[in-house]
Write a protein that binds this ligand. Structure first.
Ligand code: 13P
Length: 263
């Protein structure tokens, strides 16, 4: 199965519009004239989405720039109304957002997002034709207690409840072991591959072999230029969701280069 790898920069709460501009200009100048056999996604904070959309639109017109896709880091599970501080999927569409990161462990642990809330957000994203990057992953305590598979099973089953096969074909999964996020401790390629293979088998159980074979599963958690190649060589790893190492254009590009082949 030929799955196009997808490399997404999750900037978290970093880079307002001016830093976004600096990054994108630098990144585009580095990749000018090159094409990769992978999809490249940048997820800035909400306040930088307009600047990003603007820059990419101009760049595409001017220098036929490498197509960077845009992602939001969150969305509301509601359409509109009295939800102070929230952003709806329809608002995101105005910024040409292709993807939205949902179920990130920081949203789960810091903001108390449950599987049910994440499921509602996934449905909203699909209603607006935005592609979810749906994150799952276990804590160290859960892994050490032998609960890796049961945690992943619950997150996948509850998170994807009532989503159709078509929805799944527009969804990317991201396996991010919580203990590897921002810690500098990466899962070994064997640990990552085992988890990815298990997640793919869950999708096969729920949606059939065909959907499972097509869905892309990113790995996230301390991905760096020097470990990207080994991780991406695993048969069930289809790209990366990158935090810290995607804050610098060169480092993000090195991960993409090391983890994929130039077209
Ligand atoms: P780091 O790459 O900084 O470990 O973050 C991973 C992550 O949470 C991406 O969503």
């Amino acid at each position: 199965m030929n799955r196009k790898p997808i490399f997404a920069a999750n900037w978290k709460m970093n880079k307002g519009p001016s830093e976004t501009e600096d990054f994108i200009k630098s990144f585009l100048s580095k990749v000018q004239g090159q094409t990769f056999n992978s999809e490249i996604v940048v997820a800035p904070p909400f306040v930088s989405l307009a600047k990003l959309a603007d820059l990419l639109h101009t760049a595409t017109a001017v220098q036929n720039a490498h197509a960077i896709q845009t992602a939001a880091q969150n969305c509301s599970q509601f359409d509109s109304g009295a939800y102070t501080g929230e952003i709806s999927v329809l608002m995101l569409r105005e910024f040409f957002v292709h993807y939205v990161i949902l179920g990130h462990s920081e949203r789960r642990s810091i903001y108390g997002e449950t599987d049910a809330i994440i499921n509602a957000k996934l449905k909203k994203a699909r209603e607006a034709n935005i592609r979810p990057i749906f994150c799952i992953g276990e804590t160290l305590a859960e892994r050490e207690a032998g609960k890796l598979e049961s945690v992943l099973r619950t997150q996948v089953t509850e998170g994807l409840r009532d989503l159709s096969e078509k929805d799944l074909s527009e969804t990317v999964l991201a396996y991010e072991p919580v203990w590897a996020i921002g810690t500098g401790v990466t899962a070994t390629s064997e640990q990552a591959q085992d988890a990815h293979q298990f997640v793919r088998s869950l999708i096969a159980e729920l949606y059939g072999q065909d959907t499972a074979a097509k869905i892309r599963i990113q790995y996230g958690g301390s991905v760096k230029p020097n470990n990207a190649a080994e991780l991406m060589a695993c048969p069930d790893i289809d790209g990366a969701l990158i935090g810290g190492a995607a804050l610098e254009p060169q480092s993000f590009l090195d991960i993409i280069r090391n983890g994929t082949q130039e077209a």
